[in-house]
Design a protein around this ligand. Structure first.
Ligand SMILES: Nc1ncnc2c1ncn2[C@@H]1O[C@H](COP(=O)(O)OP(=O)(O)OP(=O)(O)O)[C@@H](O)[C@H]1O
Ligand SMILES: Cc1ncsc1CCO
Ligand SMILES: [Mg+2]
Length: 275
């Protein structure tokens, strides 16, 4: 994790995004704050082009347009062909049929990191037929719009099943985050409830996962991004008086984190035996 933080700051890697129109600038600013570089694209040939550049690509399904029916599968295919890592945030899975079709379509070229809130990860495991959704305590309601109706613990089996299927990492966000590579499960605490009062803390976390995936393996990249977010959230909450100033303080905190702070972030590791 220390190496990932340092290498991103030293090399300014480009992690291009196909991402929603609500939080695009927050995603780009967070990527820049940790030392990465951002570029947002929409069209199929743009997705294929950025996949071939190397680095890592971020795909977020938050606000779909018809062209994404081509862009998303073409980019996933191009990432697989170029061995470029990519991060999927399945925002709002369950709203309309295109999101469902896209998640089903990328099953054949799956993401290196799957990142979402608990209900989204449970829904993806279900759509991929991984049987990880029948978990203790899962609401069975699916996401409420873009927000979770499930606890992070309820998504553990779904997350492990998805990670085993993709061979990469899965990051589930919430009050305590869970990151798994299908073998180990890490729980990371910190952050702030104010992160749920601004839009895009999850989206930008996905973009930052992609930045770290430019220089580190998927599990380390997801852990590093998650640890950085928890610390920056904690710190920002100390210095603000509401969501508006929190967003500004959060970007500043992300920018000012030291390597040591990220690597000393509270992280509890266990091995999976179930699933
Ligand atoms: N109650 C909480 N306390 C502390 N941190 C939280 C809490 N809820 C979420 N977070 C943090 O907020 C960030 C985003 O997580 P969240 O689950 O809200 O994502 P999301 O639902 O995908 O967000 P969005 O779609 O609005 O971008 C993560 O870094 C997570 O650790
Ligand atoms: C609010 C919202 N709607 C579609 S994408 C998005 C950003 C948070 O996921
Ligand atoms: Mg989200």
């Amino acid at each position: 994790m220390a190496r990932a933080v340092r290498e991103v700051r030293e090399t300014n890697p480009l992690a291009p995004s196909i991402t929603n129109t609500v939080t695009q600038s927050f995603v780009a600013n967070a990527q820049l704050a940790v030392g990465g570089s951002a570029a947002m694209v929409y069209l199929p040939d743009e997705g294929e082009c950025v996949a071939a550049l190397g680095g890592a690509v971020y795909i977020n399904l938050g606000t779909l347009m018809p062209v994404y029916e081509q862009t998303v599968p073409a980019t996933a295919r191009a990432c697989a062909a170029a061995a470029t890592p990519w991060v999927l945030d399945p925002v709002g899975v369950g709203i309309g049929s295109l999101r469902t079709r896209l998640i089903e379509a990328v099953r054949e070229n799956p993401p290196t990191i799957l990142r979402g809130n608990a209900s989204e990860i449970i829904a993806v495991a279900d759509l991929w037929g991984l049987g990880g959704n029948s978990v203790d305590g899962a609401s069975g309601d699916g996401p409420r719009g873009v927000d979770s109706t499930d606890s992070v613990d309820a998504a553990e089996r779904a997350a492990v099943a998805c990670a085993r299927f993709t061979g990469g990492a899965v990051a589930v966000s919430g009050a305590t985050d869970l990151v798994t590579d299908g073998v180990q499960v890490a729980r990371l605490s910190g952050g702030s409830s104010l992160m749920t009062c601004i839009t895009g803390s999850g989206c930008s976390l996905g973009g930052v996962c992609a930045v770290y995936a430019c220089v580190a393996d998927p599990f380390v990249a997801a852990l590093t991004a998650t640890a950085a977010y928890n610390l920056a959230g904690l710190r920002a909450a100390e210095t603000c008086d509401g969501p508006g100033s929190f967003q500004v303080a959060f970007l500043n905190a992300l920018y000012n984190l030291t390597t040591e702070e990220v690597t000393e972030a509270p992280l509890a590791l266990t091995s999976t035996s179930a699933a």
